[in-house]
Design a protein around this ligand. Structure first.
Ligand code: PMP
Length: 351
């Protein structure tokens, strides 16, 4: 029976996504979705494209969306690559740049990176972190392997400065650095996309899932020099010619044109994040500084699984990992979501 399966399959350890319980009883703070809806214009663009033209395949090169993204980031059309969520893009990047090599990333970071290592036969050079889960910048600088940095880091929320990342890019121009900016729009810092014209060894990965409220449409994109983008296109065209469906392309295009709406709601998310962090600290929780749309929180005296269960029993889903025993990750919801969360947190801490 086993002979039916490939050797690759035997070594895989699939990613476990956060629970998607379609159950209205829960306040869902476990997968860093935006608590606000897409803008009216974005939803109208989706509705306007649900007609008979759906019998046609989507534009395989995402021309309109690519042009809008190139304009947004002031880069050439050949410096943008659009994907079905940034997870797909990361998979293509592993295949194109890291397969059969060694890649470095911090010990606690986005847990899909080790999964892709197994899938694409990549050796993981996992960089230890300090006790407070901060990134060991010296180790990162010493190392010369290709590097993946989630910036801000997930699930810790730490932000590395653009000057520091530039110093790494400068130090070794043969070292490819992939910066995963899934949460960058919640940080007070400019995107590394501003540096792609300067550094050929930089690939910036972004998503519409968080700051553009479109997790359900699955749209990610990369910004980088032409050679890197060509490489991603080669992998994509060996995999699926049409990964981004018509509705996804139209929704992302409409969202970019409605930037003011998204800036506004993301400002609200950041204010709610900071307010919640202060309130949780006041009742004795350890909350790491976050430049993201989530908080990494420790409830002293409780392990992470106990905290996850207590919140779930009372109707709030948060994220917990078996290999992180002290901290849980809490996505930032609306003010009202976070008020409910705070009441439960207070009760836990009073016991
Ligand atoms: N990178 C990081 C750091 C993430 O947390 C996520 C979301 N789970 C992704 C990439 C993937 O996001 P998406 O596929 O929705 O674009």
């Amino acid at each position: 029976m086993n002979s039916m399966f490939s050797d690759v399959l035997n070594r895989l350890q699939p990613y476990t996504p956060g629970e998607q319980l379609n159950d209205k009883r829960y306040i869902k703070l476990n997968t860093n979705e935006n608590p606000y809806p897409p803008s009216k214009n974005t939803l109208d663009a989706i509705r306007a494209n649900t007609g008979e033209s759906l019998r046609l395949y989507p534009d395989p090169s995402c021309k309109e969306l690519t042009a809008a993204l190139a304009e947004k980031h002031s880069v050439g059309l050949d410096m943008i690559f659009v994907s079905n969520g940034s997870d797909e893009l990361l998979a293509f990047a592993f295949n194109a740049f890291f397969a059969q090599k060694t890649v470095s990333f911090p010990k606690i970071t986005y847990s899909f990176y080790p999964v892709y290592c197994k899938l694409y036969d990549v050796a993981a050079d996992i960089m230890d972190m300090d006790e407070d889960y901060s990134i060991d910048k010296e180790a990162m600088s010493r190392n010369s392997n290709p590097l993946i940095i989630a910036n801000p880091n997930a699930p810790t929320g730490e932000l590395l400065s653009d000057t520091y990342i530039c110093s790494l890019l400068e130090k070794n121009k043969e070292r490819l650095i992939l910066v995963d900016e899934a949460y960058m729009d919640f940080a007070e810092q400019k995107s590394m996309a501003d540096y792609v014209n300067k550094y050929e060894n930089l690939l910036v990965v972004r998503t519409f899932s968080k700051s553009y409220c479109l997790a359900g449409m699955r749209i990610g994109y990369a910004i980088g020099n032409k050679m890197l983008i060509n490489a991603l296109n080669t992998i994509k065209n060996c995999f699926n010619s049409y990964p981004i469906d018509t509705l996804a392309q139209k929704s992302a295009l409409a969202a970019i044109k409605d930037q003011k709406y998204y800036d506004n709601i993301n400002k609200k998310v950041k204010a709610t994040r900071d307010k919640t962090a202060s309130a949780l600290r006041e009742i004795g929780c350890n909350v790491l500084p976050s430049q993201s749309n989530f908080l990494f929180v420790k409830f002293p005296g409780f392990d992470s699984y106990t905290i996850y269960t207590k919140f779930k029993d009372l109707g709030i889903l948060i994220r917990q990992w078996d290999y992180i025993h002290d901290y849980v990750r809490i996505s930032v919801g609306t003010d009202s979501d976070m008020d409910t969360l705070f009441l439960i947190a207070k009760e836990i801490m009073q016991k």
